[in-house]
Design a protein around this ligand. Structure first.
Ligand code: C2E
Ligand code: MG
Ligand code: MG
Length: 251
């Protein structure tokens, strides 16, 4: 059953840009420094409370309104990052479902121009689980984004059905390993082998790797030992309004 009142509330929220951003730190494994923040959108539905992003973002996709949310997030976060005390990287998630409109690259360009943010500080994450539309259009559009000097991440790697095809055909600069895989590190030697091989695969294609969902020092140690450049997860920091610019001490 469709929750029509939720649809109406979401349309209202979109027309008023009534969203918030939570920030999640990205740690450079070699230096243990926070090098970037990922922006994660939040919606506090009036009278109900926070709605899980996966739910309201899927609804926005169904209503073909996801572009509006992504546009707002891009403009808002580029401006915010331009005002940070340190020139760290900014990672923004965009739904691949509107790549085929060929408006994504223009939107990114206008957010960069309006904010003055250096393109080299921005990276865009596209979830591998999403629908990338016709392959010729997605390839062209992603190439335009790369031409702006912006980095491209294939998010949730290992969860979709076309992971290798996308890796081969599209101009991504980083693979983000999905947390379902990371959670099994150290528990199953076959998972350890797959993660090692994925890191080797990424590096052989001149791409970097980020592991998401890192919750233990053991997982961090394994990933560091096998050359995973970046780490994200509750071990480093949870999504929050506040921005811890340094890794919280675990002593
Ligand atoms: P994602 O980009 O893969 O973001 C990571 C998700 O995993 C976040 O969930 C985060 O809270 C969670 N997570 C990170 N580390 C850990 C960990 O160590 N343990 C556990 N249990 N969970 C962890 P969240 O915030 O619910 O976001 C869900 C998804 O919503 C994101 O997945 C992303 O695909 C999408 N999303 C978020 N913001 C936007 C946006 O502005 N636009 C679009 N199109 N999608 C967005
Ligand atoms: Mg992401
Ligand atoms: Mg992910």
């Amino acid at each position: 059953m469709t929750d029509t009142s939720m649809e109406e509330d979401l349309k209202q929220a979109i027309s008023h840009n009534a969203f918030q951003i939570n920030w999640m730190p990205v740690l450079e494994t070699a230096t243990e420094h926070v090098v970037a923040f990922e922006a994660l959108v939040r919606w506090n539905r009036p009278g109900v409370g926070n709605i899980v992003p996966d739910i309201f973002l899927k609804l926005a996709e169904k209503l073909t309104l996801i572009e509006n949310i992504d546009r707002w997030v891009l403009h808002y976060t580029c401006q915010a990052a331009q005002n940070w005390e340190k020139p760290l990287g900014l990672s923004v998630n965009i739904s691949p479902s509107w790549l085929e409109t060929e408006r994504v690259s223009k939107t990114i360009e206008s957010a960069l121009l309006a904010s003055g943010l250096a393109p080299s500080r921005l990276q865009i994450e596209f979830s591998e689980q999403g629908n990338f539309g016709p392959s010729d259009l997605s390839r062209k559009e992603l190439s335009r984004i790369r031409a702006l000097g912006v980095k491209l991440v294939l998010d949730d790697f290992g969860t979709g059905s076309q992971a290798l095809e996308r890796l081969i055909d599209l101009p991504f600069t980083q693979i983000k390993l999905d947390r379902k895989l990371i959670h099994r590190i150290g528990k199953d030697s076959r998972v350890d082998t797959v993660v090692r091989c994925l890191l080797h695969l990424a590096h052989s294609l001149d791409m970097t790797c980020c592991a998401e969902g890192v919750e233990t020092e053991e997982q961090l140690g394994f990933l560091d030992a096998h050359g995973c450049e970046e780490i994200q997860g509750f071990l480093i920091g949870r999504p929050a309004i506040a921005m811890p610019f340094d890794r919280p001490s675990n002593t």
